[in-house]
Design a protein around this ligand. Sequence first.
Ligand SMILES: [Zn+2]
Length: 403
Amino acid sequence: MKYIVVLGDGMADWKLDDLGGKTPLQYAEKPHIDALAAHAEVGLCRTVPEGFKPGSDVANLSVMGYDPHECYTGRSPLEAVSIGIDLKDTDVTLRCNLVTLSDEEKYEDRRMLDYSAGEISTAEARQLIESLKKEFDSSDFTLYAGVSYRHCLVAHGGVCGHTLTPPHDITGKPIRDFLPQGPQAELYLRMMKRSADILKDHPVNAARRAAGKNPANSAWFWGEGTKPALENFREKFGKRGGVISAVDLVKGIGILAGMKVIEVEGATGNYDTNFAGKADAALHALLQDGLDFIYIHMEAPDECGHQGDIAHKVYSIEQIDSRVVARLTEGLRKAGEDFRMLICPDHPTPIAVRTHVADPIPYLLFDSRKQVSGPSSYDEESAKQTGIFIEKGWELMKRLLDE
Ligand SMILES: [Zn+2]
């Protein structure tokens, strides 16, 4: 028996006029997923508990079977672990985005144009982070380069308790009202301002501007936290698990849970990712390497939600259908393996608001041996109509693994 989670990050949405009053999940052509839905349990599940912000960290922890009340210590430490940083118990980590701000003279007057600096390449970002490290690295701070626009600042012996705003929540807005607040806010703001001075005329940014791309002209700190302890997945659930994802946050959860983190060439975290490669790697892990459980995470629909890109959000869902779900089910059936598959997002990222919301998510739970009668489509509406509602998101994993 094999167990699979196919997670389309931010895949759920609201109805859109541009799609004739349908959601992207309703609009997308996804015959393979819908065929499973017709014989599956489909329902709603609350992955973001009351009182938590609807971040991918909290929501993915829930889907992975961990109660955020017990284990959530912030987003950045999960990513830090994935980058390979050996966190001390006294370290506080912060996510450091490379962002694009507008050009007003005064830092506070600038607006958040792009939380991803045009999805800057990792090679370019590393050069910029290198320049920032020269100034910021000290006995108090170490800056680490991650992937694309996602990096990490470790405050040695730092304190938590800051109000820090995710930059993807304030696209287009003046940053004035969203600057750091709390015990070390002044220091963080000084570093952000200084980063803008250092990055402004950096050759990498000059080249990006010349090519019509967004420059990465400021660091932006958020997502602070301390080193979390997650119960080992195998001890908790009795299954040998693996994680496939392009994003450090999800890989970090996998590492902390003692799962195998499987790298896939061409996994990008956007709609150009190697969807088929992820499915093939999952099949290999399950059928050749003897894993019982695999968590395949696709960031693409979330990224498209943040960018307000309806066409590519629909495209991403269609790719998940034809290149991931179809390939997986076919591969497992060919190998004669029974399987249980959970398909869901972590949280919705509605195009209308271009950020995450805490609405319950639609899920589909399919068992290749015990086919039940389900709806003809897997989407937000059909999940609501079945009347099945799981209040504690972390219980979904038990539902997947219980037979
Ligand atoms: Zn997410």
